[in-house]
Structures are given as structure tokens and as C-alpha cells.
Design a protein around this ligand. Structure first.
Ligand SMILES: [Zn+2]
Length: 635
């Protein structure tokens, strides 16, 4: 019954041809043009994405569940002898418990994405202990690592950090443990928390609730909409709606960018909440909010990396970015959340620009933001010249970004493939396979991208099957081509589109696509001489040496309550560059420096003809060294 009502609401507001696939489908969001494959259908194969997932796995398995439960047990009055964690998980920190929620999500995602039974078991153990804590806290559904009194402060307008933000992470972790790892206990605990949330918010009038919403609350509406979708219980939608932040939505629905002055990572989750409201109710206003926001941020408020935010805020008018470079740009949580929103936008539109953007952010906002040695995470991606990646340590920080990165690296497969009834979109070039079980087809992607500018999709099918294979032709590519089973194919799609081949596919068919990369300049919209350099989707960073970087300065200090990492050294300037033309190929060249074990040359470049030449490498491959992303280039 719920589904019929929903479709009726949607059909009135959405072109019918776009509903064709959705009307036949029970599981996908009804507004979907492109349906993402469940993480459990995608497996990463050896390559930089799988390497990163493995580093994160070691980071996650290095954490002791009893330490992650310590402050929950303290708050519930249950015995605990575990050594407290540090940073934002320290017993005196008002955000304590948030990381345990992220950890549950990461365990569930790792189980879905790689079948990691050890992490699933850890997640289940933590869920069981959280259920005990919830009981010990009175059985009214409240569950947190801090006392309910924090919420009294929130209601009274007294100082408190962000209690709903923290509770949201726990609720989202429980929901992921339920939907991805099948935990019924997680759903029970979550239902209790949702009941408590309903009771707490229900008596508040609009004015009081509006005051509550001014305090960062994460994705409370999103998780409650998701709970409504997972259970079919519409009551949760009503609770979710109380967290829909009209002060933020109003201007966006009217097509006005009033984002200046807002805290970026407080805002993006609210937009994801609007996206879920559209998907569940078909109310077009909420799609407008999300789509306008997405376009505005990705085209006018994003750096060349795809990232956004400076000092965690939008401090300037749209298109003003040259003055927004610092050591505290591009908070990693914002990349996590923009990728999440982008996945929704692609579902509604199948727009290649959304997949291009996701690629930019995957390489320049996610990969390369954990340390390959111990999996420590990054808080900010510095975009002013001469800084370095200031990683935390595994046990002493537990920033917001430690949490979102723990999830990001456990779900690297989720942006790769989408489908409708007629075919599959291959959006990202990552060695992997996807199981399209409904059609009895597996697609295996063989690629060393981005080391090689090409990919190949091999079809595994017990019997011949007709469908369309749609391979993204990125906006950055020039002169691509395709071949089928070794024979060149005529015609190719223009950059910023899809190469579509619809045919009856047979076991072993191999579609190979070449996507030549080139050097390109990416200028600041408000200062064209300030430029970054890209090679394909990769930002190339100039290596500025290790001056002053020691074990004591290269990592963030253990974080005290409410502090963020700080650099203990000044940045160093990047040299200004002279160019003969606007084409960076006139001042940068690729360095021929041998081959790796598979015979592929590394991605290394250097400037030429400068007073002081600098070597450049992709952002995601550089660690423990100062770097420059933007250069002042005089032509
Ligand atoms: Zn963060």
C-alpha cells in the first residue's frame, strides 16, 4: 500500500518516460533513472582502490571494541576496565561515541563490500553491547556515550557541542548493520532510539525546534527517512520531517545561493535529507533543493580537486575561491558527503557530469587521505602552497573525518556501477567486478587506471544476453576509441558522455576503451593566473620538499577536546611559473623514469624552463612532504 501511494504521488510530478524502469521495480527508489548496484554485488580487484581498502581494514581491525564501548558503558553505569581512547573519543569530550557509530557503518560496509566476516562479527558484538547499555539507561530507547542531560542543555539553549550529530552517527551505524549485515538486534536498538527521538522532539513547538536545528545535527532526517524506507513504517517520516531545515531549504528551493557564512559539513547532510525526502515522497521541491545545491557547489564553490570548504565554512560569494586557499581547506567529511549526494543526483539524472565529479573527488578528495602505513586519516586537505597532509594517529584523534574516512574506504565500490532494465553504466575505471544477478551477467573490469588511460570490460554470461553497456567518456579525455574482441569499432562518444554499445553479449566478450589523458590547466574562476594542473582526473601536486618535517611536526598532536589539528610549522611558498602559452604542456613534461613490475611507467612530471624546476605527482600518491596544488602562472 505504501508503494502504491508513493508512486501515485511521483507520477504526477515526474515525466513518465523516466518512470518506466521505476514502475516495474519494487526495491529501487521510485525516482531512479539509474539504480546503483548494492555494495555486495561489487568486488574490488587488485589496484589502488583495493590497496586503500586493505589499509583501512588494518586500521579498523587495530581498534579494540571494548575501548570503543568504554564511554557507553560508563554512561550506562556498566562495568568497564578498558583504557579510554583519546581525542574526540576521550571520556570528557562532548562528542564521545560518534566514532563508534561510524565504526559500525564501516564494519557493515566492509562486510557488504568484501565479505569481511571478522569486521561483521566485531560490529555484531558492539551492537549486542550497545543493546545492553540501552537497557541499562532505562529502556526508554535513549542510547549515547553521554548522559541525556546534554539534550536538556540543547533544549534550553545552553552550551553543548552537538548531541544530535553524535546520536545520528550511532543511528546510521545501527541502520547499516541492519540493512547491510542483516542484524535484527541493530534494528531493535535503532527503533528504540527513533522512539526516543520522537518523544524528545514531539512536544517542541516550531520555534523551539528551529532553535534546536541551529546546532549541528548530522543526518538525523536522512537516517529517519532511511529507517522509514527500510521498515515501511511511515511514522518515522514524520519524525524525520522535524529535522528538515527550512531556513536552509527555502533559498535553495528558490534558486538562491545564500550559502555564504554557513558551516559546510553541517549543511551537506541536510541536503541529503532533502534528497531522501524527494525519493520517498516525490515532493518536487526537495529534489529542486538538492539539485540546485549540488550544481551550485560543484560548479561554483568547488576547487579543482572537487572539494569544498575553507576553515570548514563557505566564507565568500559563489565563484570567489582565489582568496579561499589555506591549510584548512576541503574538510574530508565534506568530500564524503558530496560523494553521497552525487550518488543520489546520478540516480535521478544519469548525468555524466555527476560521474565526472565523483571521479574527481574519489582521486583528489578520498584516495590519498589516509596514511598508507597505519591508515591514520586526514582532517583537511590543504590547498594553499607549502603545507603537507597533517595526518592524525590511530588512537588519539578520532575526528569527524576519522569517522567518515573509515566509511569511505570501506565503500569504494559504491560509485562504480549503476543499471536500469536495459543496461549498465560503467562510471569509474577501477579494477573490479559487478554481479548483475537479475540478468545472469557478471562484468569484470580489467584496468590499471590511472596508470594506464584505458579500461576493458569482460562479459561473463552463461547464455547470450542483450543489454547496453555504457562506458563513461570523461570530460577530460580527448581522442578515445573502442574495440570489441580486438576489432576496432567505428565512432566514439564525445567527451562528457557515454560510449553505448547495445548488443547481444556472449561469454568472454571484451569491450576495450582507450581514454587518452592530457595535461590541462584548471584556473581559479576569479583569478585566471592562479592555476592547478590536471592529468586526466588527477590533480598533480608539486613536490616542495620536507623542510622542517620531523616525526614531531609531520603528524597532528593528540587532539584535546574540541580542537582541530594545527600545523606547527609555516608553509613554504611555491615558485611562480612562466609559461609560453596557456597550455601547461608548454611548461610541464612527463618524466620517463622506468617502469613498474607490470611494465607501466609511473605518473611523474616536472616543470621545464623555470628558474627552479619542480617535480609533480598525482595528489593521491604523495605523503609526508610539502606540496603545491595552485601555481601563479604568468604567460
Ligand atoms: Zn570532518
Amino acid at each position: 500500500m505504501q508503494r502504491r501511494r508513493f508512486l501515485a504521488a511521483t507520477a504526477a510530478t515526474f515525466p513518465l518516460w523516466r518512470l518506466r524502469g521505476a514502475l516495474r521495480r519494487v526495491d529501487g527508489p521510485p525516482a531512479s533513472v539509474a539504480i546503483p548496484f548494492d555494495l555486495a554485488r561489487v568486488r574490488l580487484h587488485p589496484g589502488p582502490f583495493l590497496d586503500a581498502a586493505e589499509v583501512n581494514r588494518r586500521f579498523l581491525t587495530g581498534l579494540d571494541p571494548d575501548r570503543l564501548l568504554h564511554t557507553f558503558r560508563l554512561t550506562a553505569g556498566l562495568p568497564t576496565t578498558a583504557e579510554p581512547l583519546g581525542g574526540w573519543e576521550a571520556p570528557e569530550n562532548e562528542l564521545r561515541g560518534h566514532y563508534t557509530g561510524h565504526y559500525l557503518s564501516a564494519c557493515a560496509l566492509a562486510w557488504a563490500g568484501s565479505g569481511d566476516g571478522e569486521l561483521k562479527a566485531r560490529g555484531e558484538r558492539i551492537v549486542a553491547e550497545l543493546a545492553r547499555c540501552q537497557q541499562a539507561l532505562g529502556g526508554g530507547g535513549y542510547l549515547s556515550a553521554f548522559p541525556e542531560e546534554f539534550f536538556d542543555r540543547l533544549r534550553a539553549g545552553r552550551p553543548v557541542w552537538a548531541p544530535f550529530y553524535t546520536v545520528h552517527k550511532i543511528m546510521a551505524g545501527l541502520l547499516d548493520m541492519h540493512t547491510l549485515a542483516g542484524s535484527t538486534q541493530a534494528l531493535e536498538v535503532l527503533r528504540g532510539m527513533a522512539r526516543w527521538t520522537d518523544r524528545w522532539t514531539q512536544p517542541l513547538g516550531d520555534a523551539a525546534m528551529a532553535r534546536v536545528l541551529e546546532r549541528e545535527f548530522g543526518g538525523m532526517d536522512e537516517v529517519l527517512y532511511n529507517l522509514a524506507a527500510a521498515t515501511g513504517d511511515d511514522g518515522y517520516r514524520e519524525v524525520a520531517r522535524r529535522f528538515d531545515h527550512e531556513r536552509i531549504y527555502g533559498p535553495l528551493a528558490a534558486g538562491r545561493d545564500e550559502l555564504k557564512g554557513l558551516h559546510v559539513n553541517t549543511t551537506i547532510p541536510k541536503i541529503i535529507g532533502a534528497a531522501r525526502r524527494w525519493e520517498l515522497t516525490g515532493e518536487p521541491r526537495y529534489r529542486s533543493v538538492a539539485e540546485y545545491f549540488w550544481r551550485e557547489v560543484t560548479t561554483r564553490r568547488a576547487y579543482c580537486t572537487g572539494g569544498t570548504s575553507n576553515g570548514e565554512g563557505w566564507n565568500a560569494d559563489p565563484g570567489v575561491l582565489a582568496s579561499e586557499l589555506s591549510g584548512y581547506t576541503q574538510e574530508c567529511c565534506t568530500s564524503y558527503n558530496m560523494l553521497k549526494l552525487t550518488r543520489h543526483v546520478f540516480q535521478w539524472t544519469a548525468e555524466p557530469a555527476a560521474a565526472d565529479y565523483a571521479e574527481r573527488l574519489l582521486f583528489n578528495g578520498i584516495l590519498g587521505t589516509q596514511h598508507p602505513r597505519d591508515g591514520s586519516k586526514l582532517y583537511y586537505v590543504p590547498l594553499a602552497s607549502g603545507y603537507w597532509k597533517l595526518f592524525g594517529t590511530p588512537l588519539h584523534d578520532f575526528w569527524c573525518c576519522t569517522g567518515t574516512a573509515s566509511e569511505s574506504f570501506a565503500k569504494l565500490g559504491e560509485q562504480l556501477y549503476f543499471h536500469d532494465d536495459d543496461g549498465v553504466w560503467v562510471n569509474q575505471f577501477v579494477a573490479s567486478e559487478v554481479d548483475w544477478a537479475e540478468r545472469g551477467v557478471r562484468l569484470v573490469q580489467e584496468t590499471r587506471f590511472p596508470l594506464e588511460a584505458a579500461t576493458a570490460v569482460v562479459v561473463r554470461a552463461a547464455r547470450p544476453t542483450r543489454f547496453a553497456l555504457r562506458v563513461r567518456v570523461p570530460g577530460w579525455s580527448r581522442g578515445g576509441s573502442a574495440s570489441l574482441n580486438g576489432r576496432p569499432l567505428d565512432g566514439f562518444a564525445a567527451p562528457g558522455g557515454y560510449y553505448v554499445l547495445e548488443r547481444t553479449w556472449r561469454e568472454g566478450d571484451r569491450l576495450a576503451v582507450s581514454l587518452p589523458m592530457r595535461l590541462a590547466a584548471c584556473a581559479m574562476p576569479d583569478d585566471p593566473a592562479l592555476q592547478a594542473v590536471t592529468y586526466g582526473p588527477l590533480i598533480l601536486v608539486g613536490r616542495l620538499g620536507t623542510d622542517g618535517l620531523t616525526p614531531a611536526t609531520i603528524r597532528a598532536e593528540p587532539t584535546r577536546p574540541r580542537t582541530v589539528p594545527e600545523y606547527k610549522l609555516d608553509p613554504v611558498p611555491a615558485p611562480a611559473l612562466r609559461a609560453r602559452s596557456a597550455d601547461p604542456a608548454t611548461w610541464i613534461e612527463r618524466v620517463a623514469s622506468g617502469q613498474d613490475a607490470a611494465g607501466t611507467p609511473p605518473l611523474e612530471f616536472r616543470t621545464v624552463g623555470q628558474e627552479r624546476d619542480v617535480s609533480l605527482v598525482p595528489f593521491h600518491t604523495l605523503f609526508d612532504e610539502r606540496y603545491a596544488v595552485y601555481w601563479r602562472v604568468t604567460t
